[in-house]
Design a protein around this ligand. Sequence first.
Ligand SMILES: N[C@@H](CCC(=O)N[C@@H](CS)C(=O)NCC(=O)O)C(=O)O
Length: 235
Amino acid sequence: MNPASEPIITSGFPLGSSAGLVTAFEWLGQPYRITRVDMLGEMRTEPYKRLNGRVETPVLITGEGRVLTETMAIALWLEARDTERRISFEPGTPEADRLHQYIAFLNTGFTSAYTNLWVAFEAEDATEGEKETLRKFGRSLVAKRHEQLEAMIGDGDYLLGRKPSLADAVFAGVARWADFHQAIDPRDYPRIQALRQRVEADPAFRFALAVEDGQPAAGSGAMKGLVPLEEVLRG
Ligand SMILES: N[C@@H](CCC(=O)N[C@@H](CS)C(=O)NCC(=O)O)C(=O)O
């Protein structure tokens, strides 16, 4: 790894929530790099376990080489560097409090609602009946969290008004799981659907998805290069 280098954020595939944080990096506009992580392969190896003992993405390697895990921690790291307040709000203001409230809800209730559905999808030794039970409870929890988020969303174009913020980025990384699991009918949640359409059409999110898919893509210019995971794991 370069000594004085840009921070490196993971792009976990398939369908990693990291895509939300890549979107946030694009919106922030400060130099960064990306390492792609195959969550069904490389992520499960011993070297990766030494990077993140909980065997998950996202992971951020700071410019100083510190390893930071957990979406909330990485979002707050981004906020602290966003001195121009492109994707966050002045700390201590009501807007900053609401931003944290949204990110916390999205990263806990909204994201974890999918746990049963992922378990059903990945469980190799479960019976079809067990999987169906998991799916049933999973779909109902996802619907409950969608209802709650739908009720939280105001009239602005984005979660916190007229401009996209860290909250929209975290949302976008996970919201697409509804399609993969066919968990809900998106038409039942018009505000969520409109927000998804807006953020998913954004060049920053399109870029995050292209990187995730291993496709060539031109982002904002802030992304200074892909780093092979092997190189990151060598430290
Ligand atoms: N608490 C963690 C959870 C992250 C998480 O759920 N990551 C998923 C991918 S989006 C993961 O790595 N799951 C492990 C797996 O797929 O085995 C965070 O917020 O960063």
